[in-house]
Write a protein that binds this ligand. Structure first.
Ligand code: ASP
Length: 314
């Protein structure tokens, strides 16, 4: 039996988010954007529109905010450029679209959706993805639009010793996890449809050309008739764990619930040396949002409950 008519969860990245490093005013800003994104998604779902539309509208709010590592506010590569990845997936049809290494599209989530709806392909990269997005009418912006001083300083700190994110000779590759800030949303609509979307600038100081888990279907983003999933964390480990799809497999074959399946997958990611979090919703509207970092920006709303926003484990 369905618990709710509709429901939605979102994340704004997991990672080292020490309470002491964030002022009350900053925390309030994060909470306000999370609430605004949930309100945008709720509006869509309450009107009876699709889960796909809800996750895209929620992510647009977060991509437009400089606080999160997606769209405006994306992190920088080692070269000091922005390379954004995004994906969307619809559960019932398993229609999917993804883009990677976009440099100039304001809302990569809509570029991913255009790939799904208008290209006949699933994944487009780099200059081809950029050209397709422009031909599909996506709004573009110059590098300055995406740049924030905080992300730039993060890059200068990270590349201080000349190494790149996740270089194998780092004493502890996971120490490079920092604060992620990728954004993702999952939703269940009134018709019972599920959808997932994820959008990211990737990891600070990443090797240019590096692609993370977010646009890799089954790794950082997945939706089918059982579940919709979006991940955040060290993308390499989520890819190697095939994390998002594995949650669906565990639910279908082992009959685990959303929390058990997603916690088991996160444990597997941790065994590979990865840290991060997941948001998951099933076809009945059950939600799980596990993470193994100090915090994860996250929130949820449904037809039966008000907006809830959280950052830390309590
Ligand atoms: N998963 C993203 C990536 O590896 C990073 C993040 O979650 O912030 O590209």
């Amino acid at each position: 039996m369905r618990r709710t008519d509709f429901a939605m969860a979102l994340h704004g990245g997991a990672g080292a988010i020490p309470r002491a490093s964030m002022s009350d005013a900053q925390e309030a800003q994060y909470r306000a954007v999370l609430a605004e994104a949930l309100t945008a998604g709720h509006r869509v779902l309450a009107a009876g529109d699709t889960a796909l539309e809800a996750v895209c509208q929620a992510l647009r709010v977060m991509e437009d905010s400089p606080l999160f590592n997606a769209g405006r506010g994306s992190v920088f590569t080692h070269k000091g450029e922005i390379e954004m990845d995004a994906a969307v997936m619809v559960g019932r049809t398993r229609a999917a679209g993804a883009v990677c290494q976009l440099k100039a599209v304001k809302n990569p989530v809509f570029a991913a959706r255009a790939v799904m709806e208008r290209s006949g392909h699933v994944l487009l990269a780099a200059a081809g993805a950029q050209a397709f997005a422009e031909s599909a009418g996506m709004e573009t912006a110059p590098p300055d639009y995406f740049r924030t001083e905080e992300r730039w300083q993060q890059l200068l700190t990270a590349r201080g010793d000349g190494r790149l994110a996740l270089d194998s000779d780092l004493p502890n590759p996971t120490a490079a996890e920092g604060k992620f800030g990728t954004v993702g949303a999952v939703a269940l609509d009134r018709s019972g449809g599920l959808a997932a979307a994820t959008s990211t600038g990737g990891m600070t100081n990443k090797r240019w050309g590096r692609i993370g888990d977010s646009p890799i279907l089954g790794a950082g983003t997945w939706a089918d008739e059982t579940v919709a999933v979006s991940a955040t964390g060290v993308g390499e480990m989520f890819i190697r764990a095939c994390a998002a799809h594995e949650i669906s497999a565990r639910m279908r074959f082992l009959h685990e619930d959303v929390l058990r399946a997603s916690s088991a997958v996160l444990d597997d990611v941790a065994r590979l040396g990865g840290r991060g979090g997941l948001i998951v919703i099933d076809a009945e509207g059950h939600i799980a949002m596990p993470f193994n970092t100090a915090g994860m920006f996250r929130g949820r709303v449904s037809s039966a409950s008000d907006i809830e926003v959280a950052i830390y484990s309590d």
